[in-house]
Every structure is written in structure tokens, then in C-alpha cells.
Design a protein around this ligand. Structure first.
Ligand code: ADP
Ligand code: MG
Length: 207
């Protein structure tokens, strides 16, 4: 599926995608938050981008842990520590590896979901990034169990992620800033569920 160099290029492309979608992600954060989700993530990934070039010869653990720590330390909002922990835990799951397959990727996604649940004290159906992450992971595991190849697995994951992001419009947020607006948040798509879906799209496009 991918070696370290490939993972670095995927991470660079995630940064480009976030930059491209910065305004949209920030607009989604306006009615239910404080209009900074795109700005927050773009700042974080700009810093990540500076660190990537020297990591070419490193294992996935080192690369992803560096990404996670950079996001934690440079992103102001809630999404920094959450995505930061997710990337750090993915790194821990892939420590020592310079080559990964679909199973490794799914194991690391498991670790990412657990990290967000723990750090955010959150679960599905609370209108957060988890509402894209959890169904995406379930769909990818199902596709892999059915013997689909990496590309088809990611396709299934992306479809489920976007459906999950769409579903957040029907949920009243009970975690994060969006919980302050309560039912007024109905009809609005969660920015974090959306940014995750964009990230997974990049992984699929790069494969
Ligand atoms: P902030 O809310 O601090 O301004 P951002 O705007 O960057 O931070 O990120 C908001 C996103 O973070 C939300 O759309 C949601 O997906 C995610 N989020 C916030 N709190 C939690 C939590 N406790 N668990 C999971 N995700 C969360
Ligand atoms: Mg915000």
C-alpha cells in the first residue's frame, strides 16, 4: 500500500487540501462555533509541512508522531489536540514500519478513533469528527473483510465518511463549542467531520 516516502507525500497533499478548503471549513464553524476550524488546521499543517522533508528515511511511527506533536503544539482549537492525539496514536500503532498494507492502515485508524474518543471524552452521535471517523472505519473493515483491494476499501471509507458528515446535520452537539448552541445547531454540518472526510479523500486519491 505505502512506504514512508508515500506517506510523506500523502501528508503534504492533506496540507494542500486543507489549505484549499480552509474557507469552507471555517464557514462551517461559523453558525455552531467560532469560525476558525479551517484557519486552525491550515496553520497546523503549514507547520507540519516544514517538518516533513527531513523525515523521508524515518519509520511511520516517527513521521506520524511528529505530525501529531506539531498539530498539538500549533493548533489553538479543540481540533489540534484531537487530531494531534489521533496522529500520535497512529504513529504508535505503526512504530518501526517503513512499509504498510491495508491491515496496518486499518489498525492505525482504530488507534486514531480511540485517541479521539479518549481525549475528547466523546462518542458517535454527538456531532463531532467521530461521526465521520467511526462509520468510515467500519465500512473500511467490512470492505477489507470482503476481500476488496486497498483502493476499494478507501472508496467505501470515503463514502461512509461523507455520509457521516452529512448525518451530523441531524444531530444536536453535546461536545465541544457546538454544544453551546444546542438545537440551533440542527441543519449544520460539523466542521471536524468534514475535515476528516477531506483527509480520507486525499488518502484515497493518492493510492
Ligand atoms: P474549537 O471548537 O476549539 O474552535 P475547531 O474549530 O478547530 O476547535 O474544531 C472544532 C471541531 O472539533 C468540531 O467540529 C468537532 O468535530 C471537533 N470536536 C470538538 N470537541 C470534540 C470532542 N470532545 N470530541 C471529538 N471531536 C470534537
Ligand atoms: Mg472553532
Amino acid at each position: 500500500m505505502a512506504d514512508s516516502k508515500k506517506v510523506i507525500s500523502v501528508l503534504q497533499k492533506i496540507g494542500e487540501k486543507i489549505e484549499e478548503q480552509k474557507e469552507y471549513l471555517t464557514e462551517l464553524d461559523q453558525p455552531i462555533g467560532d469560525s476558525d476550524h479551517g484557519i486552525n488546521l491550515a496553520r497546523g499543517f503549514q507547520e507540519v509541512d516544514k517538518k516533513l522533508p527531513v523525515l523521508n528515511d524515518q519509520d511511520m511511527g516517527t513521521i506520524l508522531k511528529t505530525v501529531g506533536m506539531t498539530l498539538v503544539s500549533t493548533v489553538g482549537g479543540a481540533s489540534g489536540p484531537l487530531y494531534g492525539s489521533a496522529f500520535m496514536k497512529m504513529g504508535m500503532a505503526l512504530a518501526g514500519k517503513t512499509e504498510i498494507g491495508t491491515d496496518d492502515f486499518l489498525n492505525s485508524m482504530d488507534a486514531a478513533v480511540e485517541a479521539v474518543k479518549q481525549r475528547g471524552k466523546s462518542a458517535v452521535e454527538e456531532a463531532t469528527m467521530l461521526d465521520a471517523m467511526v462509520p468510515a472505519l467500519a465500512a473500511m473493515k467490512k470492505a477489507a473483510a470482503e476481500g476488496m483491494d486497498g483502493k476499494a476499501v478507501l472508496q467505501a471509507g470515503c463514502q461512509a465518511a461523507w455520509a457521516g458528515a452529512e448525518h451530523t446535520k441531524e444531530l444536536v452537539a453535546t461536545k465541544g463549542r457546538a454544544s453551546y448552541v444546542g438545537e440551533r445547531g440542527l441543519g449544520h454540518q460539523d466542521p471536524g467531520a468534514t475535515s476528516f472526510s477531506f483527509m480520507l479523500d486525499v488518502v484515497k486519491e493518492c493510492l
